[in-house]
Design a protein around this ligand. Structure first.
Ligand code: TXA
Ligand code: MG
Length: 501
């Protein structure tokens, strides 16, 4: 099929595209959130072809778009309660980035609702969208105009990438102002519930419907029952997925910046194309080109507008790994993190600074640092890029700063672990080192007590490696034979494997 492309929008173009819809065709059109892929909501065959064009599973219902409030009557059969909630929300937020789920009219085809008794309705604020729906003379069923599984399109060129040849026409309305899909709110339940966060936040909705709640979307917070039968079918699909492996790093900004630096360097060594997306504040820490700013850390709106375009640009550049800074989850930032979270395969990694401590930092903590770092590098090389979240260093409670590692420790590292530890220099444990660490792992109870005597404020993060890895204290191999060192290193390795991974 040849796809017509309209970058000049006038009433003739809109009438023509409206006729395509009436004739059962497919038209992609701009809205204030993302581009939509529209079909006549009352034409089952046309609606079916929407699923085909997107490659969308047939159990994920479509939103019906209308051009004015009164049109909602043609697709809904609301209960009293729904009607009251619907009226209040429409008055506050329509036209705009809000989809309301209410009981549907029987005349809305199964193809739109996928067997549910409800329908999602939205009155967009984008004038082109509304004029187009008006020109079609029928409500328009439309999902986002991307291939299923790709980030939603915020530019007409994104729509072209995914759907050229699969739809009859594309209307180019420039870039979408909000940049994330609409907030989806279910008005049919005991209390109103936001199923998909978006530009209309929970706080905003609560001002109108005080008992409104929000579905949790972080994996650990979703109950087993939810996973089996999600309230909104779309929630069970891994949406917004870029082609690259994506990792979100959460923590104090300087630590996140340090980890991203490390990740990009490490990727370069491995010959992998990597990039990062961060706040404009964090971007200041970087001079390299492949770090992209999404917007100011506290400007969720700016981040929302940029996110999908950045993900698509990364895809186009053949980026294989993406490292992202977690943004604050206030206001629209909540929706931004929801999409980022899904792009990252539903995981967010807290950055962890691990500090190994022994007496002189020349044997045990030295070997621990190098063994763990080498495990992390191996994981990265094997494609397990979550290892990026851990940074490791070491020090000693009575260290002679600047001393090299002991010769025996160096030899064991070299012979048995293929690690070059010659660059090691001992550090004395200080308040600053302890403050920066997220977890302090001591070789013995004695080291732990020594630290806590000086710095009781570290109580919650000081452990022995034995406690952490479910084993014994690591005894000093000092002045022992090669075998003594080798056994010590082996004990350290096994405690690290038990405790840290
Ligand atoms: O901003 C938007 O909402 C864009 C533009 C084009 O309007 N549309 C959009 O549609 O994002 P789509 O199909 O990509 O996402 C619709 C979401 C899906 O997660 C779907 O499962 C959910 O809304 N949904 C639709 N009808 C529903 C219903 N009756 N009950 C529960 N969830 C529903
Ligand atoms: Mg979508």
């Amino acid at each position: 099929m040849k796809t017509e492309f309209y970058s000049e929008i006038n009433s003739e173009v809109l009438d023509h595209c409206g006729k395509i819809i009436r004739d059962g065709g497919l038209v992609c059109f701009p809205t204030e959130t993302v581009y939509g892929l529209g079909a006549d909501a009352f034409n089952p065959e046309a609606v079916n072809s929407v699923y085909e064009a997107k490659g969308r599973p047939h159990d994920n219902p479509l939103i019906v778009h209308i051009s004015e409030l009164s049109e909602a009557e043609s697709v809904t059969a609301m209960t009293e309660v729904e009607r009251e909630r619907f009226g209040k929300m429409a008055e506050a937020f329509w036209p705009g980035p809000l989809t309301m789920i209410v009981t549907k009219k029987d005349t809305v085809p199964e193809e739109v609702s996928c067997g549910l008794k409800t329908v999602g309705v939205r009155l967009p604020s984008h004038t082109v969208a509304r004029d187009f729906i008006k020109a079609a003379g029928t409500p328009i069923a439309a999902p986002s105009a991307n291939s299923s599984g790709r980030p939603s399109p915020t530019l007409a060129s994104h729509v072209m990438e995914d759907l050229e040849g699969k739809v009859d026409a594309i209307i180019d309305g420039g870039s979408c102002q909000v940049g994330l899909e609409s907030t989806v709110i279910d008005l049919t339940g005991e209390v109103p519930c936001i199923l998909r966060p978006g530009g209309i936040t929970l706080e905003m909705a609560k001002k109108v419907l005080p008992d409104c709640t929000q579905l949790e979307w972080k994996e650990e917070e979703i109950s087993a029952e939810e996973k089996i039968a999600p309230k909104s079918p779309g929630l069970k699909y891994k949406h917004y997925a870029p082609k690259a492996k994506t990792v979100i790093l959460q923590g104090e900004p300087p630590k996140v910046a340090e980890r991203i630096h490390w990740a990009l360097e490490n990727a370069e060594k491995r010959g992998v194309k990597a990039a990062a997306m961060v706040s404009s504040e964090l971007k200041e820490c970087f001079t390299v080109e492949n770090v992209v700013a999404l917007g100011s850390r506290n400007d969720g709106e700016a981040q929302a507008a940029a996110l999908f375009k950045v993900l698509r640009d990364f895809d186009a550049q053949g980026i294989e790994e993406v490292y992202a800074e977690a943004m604050p989850e206030d206001g629209v930032g909540f929706a931004v993190m929801n999409r980022m979270y899904r792009a990252a395969g539903c995981k967010m990694l807290p950055v962890r600074y691990v500090e190994f401590v022994c007496t002189g930092n020349t044997c045990r903590s030295f070997m621990a640092e190098y063994i763990l770092r080498s495990m992390l590098e191996k994981r990265m090389a094997d494609g397990d890029i979550e290892a990026v979240a851990i940074k490791v260093s070491s020090s000693g409670v009575f260290a002679d700063a600047g001393c090299a590692g002991s010769q025996m420790a160096e030899e064991v590292l070299h012979i048995e672990y293929d690690i070059d530890g010659r660059g090691h220099r001992a550090r004395a444990f200080t308040y600053d080192i302890g403050e920066k660490a997220d977890v302090i792992l001591c070789m013995t109870e004695g080291h732990k007590l020594a630290i806590l005597r000086c710095f009781p404020e570290f109580e919650s993060k000081v452990f022995t490696l034995g406690e952490y890895g479910n084993g014994q204290d690591v005894q000093d191999p000092f002045a022992g034979s090669y075998m003594t060192y080798s056994r010590c290193a082996d004990q350290i390795r096994s405690l690290i494997e038990n405790g840290i991974f």
